[in-house]
Design a protein around this ligand. Sequence first.
Ligand SMILES: N[C@@H](CCC(=O)N[C@@H](CS)C(=O)NCC(=O)O)C(=O)O
Length: 199
Amino acid sequence: MITLFHHPKSRSTRFIFLLEELEAPYRIQRVTMRRSDGTGAVDPANPHPHGKVPAIADDGVVVFESPAIALYLTDRFPKNGLGPLVDDPARGAYLSWLSYYTGVLEPAFMSKFMNVEVPRGSAGWVPVEESMAAVIARLSAGPYMLGERFSAADVLYGTTFAMFLGSPLMPKSAAIEDYVQRIVTRPACARAQALDAGD
Ligand SMILES: N[C@@H](CCC(=O)N[C@@H](CS)C(=O)NCC(=O)O)C(=O)O
């Protein structure tokens, strides 16, 4: 049984979406967290080393950081094919785009938000316009990050883009708008929204 350490309307909401897609056995444990307005506090029940969400526990095995959690869950619950397994040729793209999500895409958005120029050649990420161009190129080859196949990577990318649509941080793109529609109209996403605050 998976325990999801969750705070409403945060990065952990998308893991309710993923767990619903996987049809995995899980329970939600609501935790407090520090908020950007200075309110809130780390919850001692949360096993994440910085008190962030998401984190999961699987019969005592703790996993934190979104790409690691996505990979762990899709390996652990393969029934619905939400992540290519180790012998699948699509595994390489899957690992790459999962890692890219927190290694490049999120820092790219954060740099723009903070109005900080990305130091080329030393930073491990790139400006958001360059990052989004790579994602859009990827999506021109198929409806999902892995081409024809919906995966946990789309849960991360689709929910993030849904949040940034219309924001000045986000380059305008019809391809991204269409992609967001494909992801957020999935029944599991609606179930996650309903479960988000009222578990
Ligand atoms: N790199 C982490 C980021 C997690 C994260 O920053 N989550 C926010 C909520 S959306 C949080 O827990 N903030 C509270 C804090 O920073 O203490 C991941 O992708 O899982």
